[in-house]
Design a protein around this ligand. Structure first.
Ligand SMILES: *[C@@H]1O[C@H](CO)[C@@H](O)[C@H](O)[C@H]1NC(C)=O
Ligand SMILES: *[C@@H]1O[C@H](CO)[C@@H](O)[C@H](O)[C@H]1NC(C)=O
Ligand SMILES: *[C@@H]1O[C@H](CO)[C@@H](O)[C@H](O)[C@H]1NC(C)=O
Length: 355
């Protein structure tokens, strides 16, 4: 009798644990709420061993002297992230394709993912191809394609007789995104560009052609067009869709309680804790508003908070422009985008371990 009861209570406990785990997986673990904790193990790869990092992100090669920014790991509050395992990714993703679509912040994350995969396999075999705006790195032993489509606004910019027109309601570029297994979109950093680097002359909304308009409203309209594309083109049983979130810049020290600082040069430590004094960028609320109205499942890779805390993670003068141009928008590689990809890996493969 005693053993019957103990077997019974044992199975009951197992059952209850399984229920609790399933519940945690569904709700309790928010990978994006957390803090950076010191970790001496450095990043998952040494940037000098990854041939894919462009000069723009190659901080160490460009002479950045400190390595402190590589010595932190992201710790969610309610659970642990599984370490990124490149071989496991390639094996489970066999024959599939993943595409980043967006501006240079997408390129930043794309190069991080290629490095994470490339450095996980000794003598990884790969091919590189570029057709138009799409770059593809194929890990040939696994048939895994990692792709980048450069599309800074997601919606179309079309050359017409009057000049270059940013068409907020047109998304012909979306034909390149069909049939991809995992899509990760992003757009934000180009919306406030003006002057010689603004890549359009007019903006079209409906039938109206305007010289300019409220930029945040334009951003929202374009996102809504993109949301419509997702709703009419994505089959959720075949394709997972992510939005990268708003990657923050660090040019105003007031935001992190150093009002005398006007860029990120010399920052060697993240902010500790989970709160960024400067608060969240307003674009994030606009993005969340659009995502809340989309009918198909789209996961926000909500990297804004964790990246806001990393004022130390940007190239500063160790980027493309050298000492004269301060880059506090992009991220060094190895670096912060590796964590974005680690979280992506945890979501895609549902690798949750509970603490
Ligand atoms: C990466 O490797 C190079 C060459 O072996 C070495 O000089 C450098 O210190 C390493 N960097 C890190 C962050 O381990
Ligand atoms: C920095 O941020 C503060 C607080 O938001 C703002 O008052 C100030 O104008 C900003 N400085 C610059 C140079 O943009
Ligand atoms: C994100 O950061 C903002 C500003 O610091 C804070 O108010 C908010 O609680 C944070 N959210 C999460 C999910 O950590």
């Amino acid at each position: 009798m005693v053993w019957v009861r103990s077997i019974f209570s044992f199975s009951l406990i197992v059952l209850l644990q399984q229920l609790a785990n399933a519940q945690n997986r569904a709700s309790a673990c928010d990978f994006f709420q957390g803090r950076w904790v010191p970790d001496s193990s450095l990043s998952l790869y040494n940037s000098t061993t990854c041939p894919f990092i462009e000069r723009e992100f190659a901080c160490q090669k460009n002479g950045r002297p400190d390595l402190n920014y590589l010595k932190y790991i992201w710790q969610p509050l309610a659970c642990n992230l599984v370490r990124f395992d490149g071989r496991d990714f390639l094996e489970r993703f066999k024959g599939k394709s993943i595409m980043f679509v967006g501006d240079s912040l997408s390129r930043n994350q794309f190069q991080s993912l290629i490095c994470l995969l490339y450095t996980s396999i000794p003598n990884a075999q790969y091919t590189v191809e570029r057709v138009g705006d799409v770059s593809t790195v194929t890990f040939t032993e696994f048939g895994v394609k990692v792709m980048l489509d450069r599309s800074v606004y997601l919606v179309d910019v079309v050359r017409e007789e009057i000049g270059r027109v940013l068409k907020l309601d047109s998304i012909e570029g979306g034909k390149l995104w069909k049939g991809i297994d995992t899509l990760i979109f992003n757009t934000w950093h180009w919306w406030y560009r003006r002057g010689p680097t603004q890549p359009w002359d007019y903006v079209q909304v409906g039938n109206q052609i305007l010289k300019d308009m409220d930029r945040m409203a334009a951003f929202q309209r374009a996102l809504t067009t993109w949301a419509g594309w997702v709703d009419s083109n994505i089959d959720p049983t075949k394709t997972m869709v992510f939005f990268q979130g708003i990657s923050p810049s660090h040019y105003n020290g007031t935001d992190w309680n150093e009002p005398q600082k006007h860029n990120c040069l010399g920052q060697e430590q993240p902010l500790l804790g989970s709160t960024y004094p400067g608060g969240l960028p307003p674009a994030l609320a606009v993005l969340k508003g659009v995502l809340s109205k989309i009918k198909k499942p789209v996961t926000l890779l909500d990297i804004t908070n964790l990246s806001l805390l990393r004022k130390d993670g940007h190239p500063s003068k160790y980027g493309l422009g050298g000492p004269t141009v301060m880059d506090c928008s992009h991220w060094c590689l190895a670096g912060v985008p590796d964590t974005w990809n680690q979280i992506l890996y945890n979501i895609v493969f549902e690798q949750v371990s509970h603490s």
